[in-house]
Write a protein that binds this ligand. Structure first.
Ligand code: AHR
Length: 488
C-alpha cells in the first residue's frame, strides 16, 4: 500500500512540537537511580561527582529536555530533608514503595540537580502530596529556589549557594490510586490548598501540574478541571502499554506475534485518551491554557527472569522501539494540547533507554528512537498521523531550514511505501537513519550490545519537492532534508 501525504499547504502551521514531549522519568526504584545513575564518588565505575560517566555520555546524545524525579509512588514516601547534608548522616529508610530495598538517601536534591546539570536538562520535581505536608513542600521549594533566607542558608551550608532553576512542579502522583485513593473532589480541594503555598522566589513562575486521570477515567478529568483548572498549568495522564490485562503481563522477549499486535493496540489507546481528556479539559479551559502532561508512559512488561519483580527491570526489543515511535507520533499529533511527556523510565526500569550491569552498559532499541526523534524538538509541526487501523504513522516537521521526517512501520511482515509532497525543493538529506531488525524480538545484550542499532537509511528517492520512501517491516526512519530554494 502506498500512502500519499501533501504538506505543501502547511508552511504556516503555528504548532510547535514541544521538546518536553521527549522528557524522561527516573524514580528510586530497583536500579533506576542507585547503580544505574548514581554509583557514589568512591566507586570504581568512572563517575563525576558520583554519577556514572558512561550513562551520562550516552544520555547527553539524545538531548534530554527534562527529567522527572523522585517518583512515581516513591515521591509519596520521600522526605527531602533526609537526603541533604553529609552522606553518613543521611537517614536510611526502607523503600516501601518498591520491594523494601534499603534507601540510603545518598541521591538527594543536590545529586539530582547535579545530574540535570551534567545532562544539560531541566528539572521536574514531584512533591510528596500524601505522607508529606504543606510545610515540607514549602520548605523544599524555598530550599531549592530561594536566593536568601533560612532554607537558602541551609542549602549554602550543604554546598550550593546558588538557587537552582526549578520550573515543573508535580503536586501529587496517582492520587486516585497508590497516591492516596482520593476522590477527584477531595483531590482538587486539597490541590487548591497546597498550591496556595507554592511561593515563588524568582521571576519564573512554577509550572504547576495537577494529578490527572488514570487511562480512561473521564470523571476524574471532568471534576478536577471543573474545581481547580484555574490554579494549574498542566494536568497529568498516565497510560502504560500492556499485552494483556494488568495481572498477566507479557514477556518482554519471548512473545508471540499476536502480542506484538495486542501491545500495539494498547499503546495506540493513547490517541483516544488524549482526544477524550482534552475534549473535557476544554469544557472548562476554553483557551487551551492547561496542557496535558503525560508524565508516565511506556510498555510495562514482565520483569526479567531472575530479577526482583518489584524492581521492574525489563528487556527492550525492536517491538518496544516501534511502540515508542508510534507514541511519539501520537504526541506530535496532539502537540497543541500535550506539552510534556516522560517515558518510564530512563535507566534500568520499564521501557528504559539504558540497561546497566555493574560497570557495563547497553543502549536499548528505544534509546535509538529518541536519538532519531530529537530532531523534532521544538520544531514546527507540518503533519503528524497515527490511526490504529493503519500500519504507518509519522511526524513531519520543519526546523532550521530542514524538513524532518520520521516514519514508523508497525507491520512486522510487510514493507510500506509513502510519498510526501512539500512546498519547497528538497536537497540531499544530511541525516538519514533507520532502526530495523529481522527478528520480532531483536534486542541488545551485554554480550551482543550492537545487535539493534541505527544504520544509514538509503531506500528513498527525491525529486524536486517530492520524497518517496520505502519502509522495511517493523522499522522506523528519520530523515533531515535541507530546504533549497523558494516555494514551488
Ligand atoms: O513507573 C512506575 C510506577 O507506575 C510509578 O511509580 C507510579 O506512579 C506508576 O503506577
Amino acid at each position: 500500500m502506498t500512502h500519499s501525504v501533501d504538506v505543501s499547504d502547511k508552511e504556516n502551521s503555528k504548532t510547535i512540537i514541544s521538546k518536553y514531549l521527549q522528557g524522561q522519568f527516573s524514580e528510586h526504584l530497583g536500579s533506576g537511580v542507585y547503580g544505574g545513575l548514581w554509583v557514589g564518588t568512591d566507586s570504581d565505575i568512572p563517575n563525576t561527582n558520583g554519577i556514572r560517566n558512561d550513562v551520562v555520555t550516552a544520555l547527553k546524545k539524545i538531548d534530554i529536555p527534562v527529567l522527572r524525579w523522585p517518583g512515581g509512588f516513591f515521591a509519596d514516601n520521600y522526605h527531602w530533608y533526609e537526603g541533604i547534608g553529609p552522606f553518613e548522616k543521611r537517614r536510611r529508610i526502607i523503600n516501601s514503595s518498591w520491594g523494601g530495598k534499603l534507601e540510603t538517601n545518598a541521591f538527594g536534591t543536590h545529586e539530582y540537580f547535579e545530574l540535570c546539570r551534567q545532562l544539560g536538562c531541566e528539572s521536574y520535581i514531584n512533591i510528596n502530596f500524601s505522607s508529606g505536608s504543606i510545610k515540607e513542600m514549602a520548605d523544599w521549594l524555598e530550599y531549592m529556589t530561594a536566593p536568601a533566607g533560612s532554607m537558602a542558608d541551609l542549602r549554602s551550608k550543604s554546598g550550593h549557594p546558588e538557587p537552582w532553576n526549578l520550573h515543573f512542579l508535580g503536586i501529587g502522583n496517582e492520587s486516585w490510586g497508590g497516591g492516596g485513593h482520593m476522590t477527584p473532589e477531595f483531590y482538587s480541594d486539597r490541590y487548591k490548598l497546597w498550591q496556595s503555598f507554592v511561593r515563588q522566589y524568582n521571576d519564573k513562575p512554577f509550572y504547576k501540574i495537577g494529578v490527572g486521570p488514570n487511562i480512561d477515567d473521564f470523571h476524574w478529568t471532568d471534576t478536577v478541571m471543573k474545581n481547580a483548572y484555574e490554579y494549574m498549568d498542566g494536568l497529568s495522564l498516565h497510560h502504560y502499554g500492556l499485552t494483556d490485562i494488568w495481572d498477566n503481563k507479557g514477556d518482554a522477549v519471548e512473545f508471540q506475534p499476536k502480542e506484538w499486535n495486542s501491545l500495539l493496540y494498547s499503546i495506540q489507546k493513547m490517541d483516544y485518551f488524549i482526544t477524550e481528556h482534552v475534549k473535557r479539559m476544554h469544557r472548562y479551559d476554553q483557551n487551551n491554557r492547561v496542557k496535558l502532561i503525560v508524565d508516565e508512559w511506556g510498555d510495562w512488561l514482565r520483569a526479567q527472569a531472575g530479577t526482583n519483580p518489584n524492581f521492574l527491570r525489563q528487556q527492550n526489543t525492536i517491538r518496544d522501539a516501534v511502540m515508542a515511535a508510534t507514541t511519539l507520533n501520537i504526541f506530535a499529533k496532539h502537540a497543541d494540547s500535550v506539552y510534556m511527556a516522560n517515558i518510564a523510565q530512563m535507566v534500568n526500569v520499564l521501557q528504559s533507554m539504558i540497561l546497566t550491569k555493574g560497570s557495563q552498559m547497553i543502549l536499548t532499541p528505544t534509546y535509538y528512537i529518541f536519538d532519531m526523534y530529537k530532531h523534532h524538538q521544538d520544531a514546527q509541526l507540518l503533519s503528524a498521523y497515527s490511526d490504529n487501523g493503519d500500519p504507518l504513522n509519522y511526524t513531519i516537521s520543519k526546523k532550521n531550514n530542514h524538513y524532518i521526517i520520521s516514519i514508523c512501520n508497525t507491520n512486522y511482515e510487510q514493507s510500506q511505501n509513502i510519498s510526501i509532497k512539500f512546498a519547497n525543493k528538497l536537497g540531499t538529506p544530511d541525516y538519514a537513519k533507520q532502526l530495523h531488525a529481522d527478528a520480532l524480538n531483536a534486542h541488545n545484550t551485554f554480550d551482543d550490545p550492537d545487535n539493534v542499532k541505527l544504520k544509514p537509511f538509503k531506500d528513498y528517492s527525491i525529486s524536486m519537492n517530492n520524497l518517496k520512501v520505502n519502509l522495511a517491516d517493523k522499522s522506523v526512519i528519520t530523515l533531515a532534508i535541507p530546504i533549497i530554494g523558494d516555494e514551488l
